[in-house]
Design a protein around this ligand. Sequence first.
Ligand code: ACM
Ligand code: ZN
Length: 762
Amino acid sequence: MHFKKNVLILFLLITFFSCKKEELQVVNPQIIPAPQNQEITEGEFLLSSGTELIYDVELKSAVDFWKSIVTPVFGQNTRKSNKIRFVYDKSIENSEGYALSISPEIIKINANSSKGAFYGLQTLIQLLPPEFVQKDFKSEGLKIRCQNIKDKPQFAYRGMHLDVSRHMFSVDFIKKYIDAMAMLKMNTFHWHLTDDQGWRVEIKKYPELNTISAFRNETLIGHYSDQPHQFDGKKYGGVYTQAEIKEVVTFAESRMITVIPEIEMPGHSQAVIAAYPELGCSGEQVDVATKWGVFEDIYCTKDETFDFLEDVLDEVLELFPSQYIHIGGDEAPKTRWKTCKDCQVRINAEGLKNEHELQNYFITRMEKYLNSKGRQIIGWDEILEGGLAPNATVMSWRGTNGAVEAAKSGHYVVMTPTSHCYFDYYQSDNEDEPTAIGGYLPLEKVYGFNPIPEELNAEEAKYVMGAQGNVWTEYMPTEDHVEYMAFPRMLAMSEVVWSTSENKNYKGFVSRLENFHKRLGVLDINYANHLYEINDEMISEDGESFYKLETLTEGKDIRYTLDGNEPTLNSEIYTSQIPVSESVELKAAVFNVEEQLGKTFVQNINYHKAVAAKITIDKTPHKAYSGSGAEGLINGISGSDSRYGDKEWLGFWGEDIIITINFETPKEVSSISTRFHNGKGQWIYAPEQIGFSFKLKEDGRTINDINLIKNNNDLIVNHYYNMEATFVSEIEIVVKNYGTIPDGKQGAGNKAWTFIDEIIIN
Ligand code: ACM
Ligand code: ZN
C-alpha cells in the first residue's frame, strides 16, 4: 500500500518534470529586431544558480538590470559551474552595439557602454524561454543555444510616442510600455503630455493647470464623423504628479530609454486657455475640449504667454533630463492671431510679414530660451512655417516633405509620416476592428518603411536620426486598447530602425513574430493578431482574370468556398490561382490540421465590363497610397468602406487626374460608378467635379459630359453616371482635385487629397 503510493508520487513527479522540460525547450533563435550578424554554433550553455557573474564596472547599470531579473529565477549563486562575463570593450564602435558569444563554458557580452551591454542582454533574454521574464518564475537551469552575435543599430533615434492627453494611463502601464520598448531595443519615449483635451503634467507654479486644465467635462462617444455628436457626460482627467514623472523617467533610464516630454505650443493649448483665458487672444473663457480635432483658441503671442511657458518649462526641465524638449508646433490655426491687437502689434514690432512668420517668431523665441538652458527643441514639421528656428530638429508627420526640406537645409529630422508611422490607424481591413481614427496601416506597410526619403543624397541622409511610431489615443480609452494598436506594429518599427535592409525580410519577420506571440502573451500584452489573415490579388492577363490567395505563415492551408458558405476543414484547399469569369463571392480562411486560425476572409468580386480592360492614369499615385496601381481601379474588387489606405484605393495629393480605359473590343456601356473617400479629418476631400468622355464605336466621335458631385459629408461619396446604352471603345474620366483645405478645417491651407476606388462599368 505504502509502496504503491510512493511509486505513484514518483511517477507523478517524473511526469511533472518531464512535462516542464518539454515546455521549456531550447529556444530557436528568432530575435526581434533582427540582429546584424548571427552565427549558430555547437552545443548549449546551462544558465543556473551556478553561473558566475563577472563584469567590468563600466557596464554596471546593465549588470544591475541583469541581476534584477536573473536572481529571482535561480535564487542565490551556489556552485560555480560556468560564467557570464560583461566585457568593457572599446573596440566595439557603436555605443549601442554589442557582441554576444555563447559557448558551453561562458557567455560573453562585449560593449563599450552600458547601453550596448543592455542590448546584448535583451538579445540574450530572447534566447531564453519567454517564461524567464514572468513574475514568480523559478527554474533549476535553462539551456541556451550556443552562438555568436554581432549587432548594432541602423538609426540612433528609435522611438515610440504615446498621447496621454486624449486618454490617460496608469504609471504602471507607462512603465510596461517602456519595458516593451526596451525589449525591442528602442531608445526614445516621446510622451505627449499636453493637448486641447487635457493637461497631464503637474506644474506647481500654476495650480489651475492641475485642477482645471487637466479635466474635461465629458468625452465624445463614437467616431468624430458620426453625426450628431454625442457625449458621455462623465468628467475625465488628471495629472501625473512630479513624483510620478520622476519615477517614470528613472525607470526609463534603467531601460536605457530617454523620455522626451512634449509641451504643445502655440496650438493644441485650449486646455491651458480654459484655466488661464488671459493667455489666449480673446481673453474669453473656453472649456477644456470634449471632442477631437484642431481648435482655434491657441496661445496669444503677447509677453505674458512667454513668461508662462518659460515658467512651465523651468519645471519640465527639472523633471526631464533629455537633450530634446518637444514643443509641438503642429496644427495651429492663425484665425485668432489675425484679429488680435497684441498679435498684430507683435507682427509690426518684429517686422514680420504675416501670421506664418509669427509662428516662426514664437518657435524661435522658445528655442532661444531652451537653448539658453542647454536644451534643444524638436517639433512637428509645421515648425518649418515661416522659416525654421536655427537649431531645431523636425519631426516629419505630414508625409516626408518636411523632412526633406529640413535635412537639405542641415537640420536633423525624425521620421513619423502618417502613411507608415501612425499606429492609431486601422491595421486590418476586417470591418469588425475596433473603431479607429481612420486610415489603414497594416503591419507589412510599417515593416516596409524606409526612414530615408529617396529625395535625399547620402550626405543629407545623415540628418535622418531615425523614426518613431505614434500612438494618438482619441479612440483608445483603455490600456488594453493601446496595446492592441501598438502591438505588433511596434515590433515592425523596431526592425525598421534597428535592422539593416539586408537583414529585413517580411516573410521571415512574420515567422519570427508568430513565435514571438508567446513572449507577448507571457508579458500580458494584448497584441493584435492578423497573421492568419489572407492576402489576395486579382490578376488579369490577355483579357482573362485570375484570383490569387496567400498566407504568409508556414505549414498552413487556405481553404475556400465560392458558394457563400463559411469555409470549414472540409472545404477545398487552395493550391493555385482561381480563374474568374463571372461575379462571385469568395470566402476563405487559414487552417492548420485541426482548426480555422484567423477570421474568415470574404471577397465579392464584381466582374463588370472594365475588368481586364486597359487602363492608364496621367499621374502616378502618391507613393504611400499607390494601392495595386491603375489596374486596381478596374480589378473587380472594391476598397474598404473605411480604410482609404488599402490596396484598392488610390491616393493623389493635390493633383487633377485623367483616367483612360480602353476596350480591345468595344463594349456596350450604360452606367459608370465610382466612389471617393471623404475623410476630411485626414485631409481627404471628395472632388466637386468629374468629367466623362466616351469615344463611340461606330464613328469614333467623342461625347463629353461634366458632372457635379453631390457631397453629403459622408465618409464615402458615391458618384453614379447613367447613359443610354452605347458601344464605346474608350472612356476618359477627369477627376478634379478639391483644391486647398478651407480655413477652420484640419489641415487648412494644405492641398486636399483625392482618394478614388473601383470604377465599375456596366
Ligand atoms: C499630429 O499628428 N498632429 C502631429
Ligand atoms: Zn493674440
